[in-house]
Design a protein around this ligand. Sequence first.
Ligand SMILES: Nc1nc2c(c(=O)[nH]1)N[C@H]1C(S)=C(S)[C@@H](COP(=O)(O)O)O[C@H]1N2
Ligand SMILES: [Mo]
Length: 235
Amino acid sequence: MHPQSLSRRQLFQLSGFAGMGLLLDSCGLNEYSTAVGNAIDPLNQRVEELLLKPQALAREYPISSIDPNALIINSFTDVPQIDPTTFKLIIDGAVNQPLQLSMNDIYKLPLQTMVIQHVCVEGWAAIVQWGGARLKDLIALAQPKNTARYVYFESGDGYYNSWDLPSAIHPQTLLAYQKNGQPLPVDNGAPLRLAAPIKLGYKQSKWVTRVTLMNQLPIKRGYWEDQGYEWFGGL
Ligand SMILES: Nc1nc2c(c(=O)[nH]1)N[C@H]1C(S)=C(S)[C@@H](COP(=O)(O)O)O[C@H]1N2
Ligand SMILES: [Mo]
């Protein structure tokens, strides 16, 4: 089941709930109306168009294809300590509405599940089901600026990674908190990990703590990418 795209009205409602956890700076009560104003600002057209533009969907599999043992844990360090009850996902950078969202905020977004193939360049693949919030919905809540072209991900273990904006707002790109219908195990990236059928395994950061929209990429583009792996990492 794919929840429908958020309508503008739904986004405003979500902005309302997200407001409770927002990084409110000086604007105070005007923050909400500022966000509404920015959403219809013609300068934002490019990002808005991108958010509304349909993208081709990657293959999904029936639930019966899930192989519960096929997904190999692949981490370059030990798992980081993240307390999901106090954890806040930061969304910042080239956005009009920087956000700090608790897991409860994120659970209020539409839950999308998908059974997809995970492909690791080390020579294994697995059919796995992920469930979580669409990154697109989270990015839309933060009101990206029209200059945003890239999304940078920081993880609790020091892993870092960056994506092109169209892939980040692809309808099958999730910040997942479920695996095979269960809460996401810590080894697989709990409380939040990237999951998408359009990118190789090393693009799918586990333990994501911060999502930063950028106009340009920094020199350090990704943990594996900086050691020679291809940056786009498409499937
Ligand atoms: N934070 C973090 N994310 C990461 C990695 C990592 O070492 N640290 N490894 C990547 C690689 S190479 C793969 S194949 C997948 C593996 O996901 P899994 O451990 O849930 O199977 O996570 C990716 N995301
Ligand atoms: Mo991998």
